[in-house]
Design a protein around this ligand. Sequence first.
Ligand code: BGC
Length: 541
Amino acid sequence: MYPTVAVSAIDLGQHMAGGAYIESGGRQYEGKVTAFVLITCFVAAMGGLLFGYDLGITGGVTSMEPFLVKFFPVVYQQMLDDSSTNQYCKFDNQLLTLFTSSLYLAALIASFFAATTSRLFGRKPSMFLGGLFFLVGALLNGFAVNVEMLIIGRIFLGFGVGYCNQSVPIYLSEMAPTKIRGALNIGFQMMITIGILGANLINYATSKRQNGWRVSLGVGAVPAVLLCVGSLFLEETPNSLIERGQHVKAKTMLQKIRGTNNVDEEYQDLVDASEAASKVENPWKNITRRRYRPQLTFCTFIPFFQQLTGINVIMFYAPVLFTILGFGNDASLMSAVITGGVNVLATLVSVFCVDKFGRRLLFLEGGVQMLVSQIVVGIMIAMKFGLNGEGSFNKEEADILLVFICLYVAAFAWSWGPLGWLVPSEICSLEVRPAGQAINVAVNMFFTFGIAQVFLSLLCHFKFGLFFFFAAWVLVMTIFIAFLLPETKNVPVEEMNYVWKSHWFWNKYMPECEDLVAGAYNNFEAAPQKEYDVTQEAAPA
Ligand code: BGC
């Protein structure tokens, strides 16, 4: 059960730029990829459907005439009276956007409760509650007779999203065998994208019908029921069972998910990690301690940067954007295909690449591709609309623009999209995992809310410069990853401390070996010299 990192390699690691590469994948536990684990992860990933469905459905519903007439008649009238021809300054009503983005605020608050539920009662109850909240919310919305019902419904939906997004990614990371953890975890993002695509198509089908909005909102009950029922049949993760003192059950579960009786080594590491975690009295205070600086940094900055890629401008405002770009009546179908289809397909790329080529490569390639696409889109819009916002694209120009928007969505879909959920869920050691994931969800929701709320005003003020604004953020985040994120592919979740120890920058935040929290690392000095190869990248001057 000794870690397989060479102590000397850690010194070498201090001099590296970028990541500590763990070539050989670190410690390998025995075990197969069992059908049981695959089915379990598939069911849990359904949690992503809820989030995705909501992301995709709301923008369309709030632009349906009967919906506005019924719930927001004043807004509807203002919209009709709006005669501006400036393409940058589209009709913007803060009340309507607040209605849309209120869900993200509710999710933000719920994620903190979810962290406590996950820690004290397990990941399963959190997922079940997530499904239940969402179900209540979808029903309230589908049958809404007044604005109150609509808003209470949205708050329930938000609770559902908060609970699911907190618990599903950590559930997946804990269940998955190390070798394919990235791929299984990305099941969550895969479901998000399928949810968005499904929602876009449903909106397209219902938008022409009188009460179509009821169908659009009510269908959210379907993924919610699937998750509720599914989570009843799910098994709890061994990590969580041990954390709650159910050792025998945990070992049996580990044997079942790994398909072998020989799980002693992995089991012992989980027990050690859990013992160390049990010494921690307050996980919230704990994560702010110096030794958890890398986890706190990534759990805060990754979701912040994920939203600052500007992806939700496309997800929420695609119909508006595509209309501006001259796609006319086909705009909404077009946006369904773009935001949905490309997003789903490109996410598959990350499923197959993430455990092979690693997280860093996807982050870096995705960042460069997003940057270039945003700059091209910004230049094309600047050339056409200039500063006064008047003009339109011809067919060829619109097609070129479409290609670059697709390239941008694809890049996000195989980088910041899935990795924004995967990395925070796998880098935290047990004692700070629920807290770290709650911070990740809360920051993500806060900026999802913020961008939804201010995008239309930003566009009106920044004009084409808005695309350069997001491009500049993409540049910053790509540099951030290049220098600060170590590679985590193939590293067991309870062994992540080695990665920080081997990193040129985070290394200085790590306490002396014998002090490290996870029990396994207390034996650090005694570790045999081998296996982690941290010699890859050049030293900064
Ligand atoms: C993000 C969402 C985004 C979605 C697009 C998710 O990872 O958190 O904000 O809308 O990806 O696929």
